[in-house]
Design a protein around this ligand. Structure first.
Ligand SMILES: Cc1cc2nc3c(=O)[nH]c(=O)nc-3n(C[C@H](O)[C@H](O)[C@H](O)COP(=O)(O)O)c2cc1C
Length: 319
């Protein structure tokens, strides 16, 4: 593979096979998504935790600043899933990535608007189901990923059986931070990669500086699994909040707005993610992938994309 190939999802083509993963709550908004799209990748605004109006406005803001491919990521587990999908469609989204559950309805809503749907899957069975319903591509997320985890298997272990199971493009997510990682993932059969953590620590990410610094400082020992009321484990950076949770000390829920279809009510995850997004990295939940331990700086998106292409080229020398 001499040059990084383009990535086509339905009718949309990005010059580079790099999808910036959607990151709630308010980590990946219009500034990050449009910078990634401008640099040739696919930018995703995370809709979970936003109101439908915010979703529509963010999408319109991104649309106004780039002609590249910009989509949204919305968790199926969120109660306002349908409203958020419709708001994203009104805002002019290029695609809809849907994780944390499986929705049949989204294919109909997006299909009516001619917008491709990309489910996040953790098994060949769900990948096939998604293809049957009309998925334009699927994202395979491995256990290395930041945020909620649907599997305990590494991405490169899962990927081949999903590539084998479906004919649509498969996008590998979890543990990808360098151009060499991208090469390895594409060599295993993926059409592209989705990267979350690496983009959380960029200038254009809407995470506060203290959050980005946690990534820069993190070592392998700092990356932990936390319980989430969504019902799936989540991967995060160790801090006083995660330590207290590991000891079974869950903070009381303030005002519950019933944001999830099903919630374990151990604590309010949106409130804790919002705290971290506002800069309280002691009592907030700092989601991050295991690869955060390999992130040592906070580049601009343009710098990062240039670096990924150079690393891709270098890692292929002699092939
Ligand atoms: C801070 C953070 C928030 C995330 N939020 C979401 C989310 O709202 N919805 C989702 O489907 N995935 C979410 N993810 C997962 C990413 O979209 C992506 O798939 C994952 O980060 C890939 O693994 P990596 O971090 O090793 O690159 C989040 C990840 C991080 C680091």
């Amino acid at each position: 593979m001499p040059e990084m190939p383009a990535l086509t999802i339905g009718t949309k083509t990005a010059r580079l096979p790099i999808v910036q993963g959607g990151m709630a709550v308010r980590i990946s908004l219009a500034p990050l998504a449009s910078a990634v799209a401008e640099a040739g990748g696919v930018g995703l605004i995370a809709g979970s935790g936003l109101s439908p109006d915010e979703m529509r406005d963010e999408m319109r803001a991104a649309r106004a600043t780039t002609t590249g491919v910009v989509g949204v990521n919305i968790m199926v587990a969120v109660r306002r899933f349908k409203e958020l999908v419709h708001a994203a469609l009104e805002g002019g989204t290029d695609l809809i990535v849907a994780g944390a559950g499986f929705s049949r309805d989204v294919f109909e809503w997006a299909g009516d608007a001619g917008v491709p749907v990309v489910p996040i899957v953790g098994s060949a069975r769900v990948a096939k189901l998604a293809e049957r319903f009309g998925a334009a591509a699927v994202v395979v997320e491995g256990v290395e990923a930041g945020g909620h985890l649907g599997t305990d298997r590494p991405m490169l272990d899962l990927l081949p059986e999903i590539v084998e199971a479906v004919d649509v493009p498969v996008i590998g997510a979890g543990g990808v931070v360098t151009g060499a990682d991208i090469r390895r993932t594409l060599a295993a059969g993926a059409a592209g990669v989705q990267m979350g953590s690496r983009f959380a620590a960029t200038v254009e990410s809407s995470a506060p500086d203290a959050f980005k610094q946690m990534y820069v400082d993190a070592t392998d020992d700092d990356i932990v699994l936390v319980k989430s009321p969504v019902g799936l484990p989540g991967r995060a950076i160790r801090n006083p909040f995660s330590r207290r949770m590991a000891e079974g000390e869950f903070p009381a829920i303030g005002q519950c707005i019933s944001c999830l279809k099903k919630c374990g009510k151990d604590y309010c995850i949106v409130e804790r993610l919002e705290r971290a997004q506002r800069g309280d990295v002691e009592d907030g939940l700092v989601f991050a992938g295991s690869s955060a331990a390999r992130i040592h700086d906070v580049p601009t998106v343009a710098e990062l994309m240039g670096r990924l292409v150079s690393e891709w080229d270098e890692s292929g020398e002699g092939e």
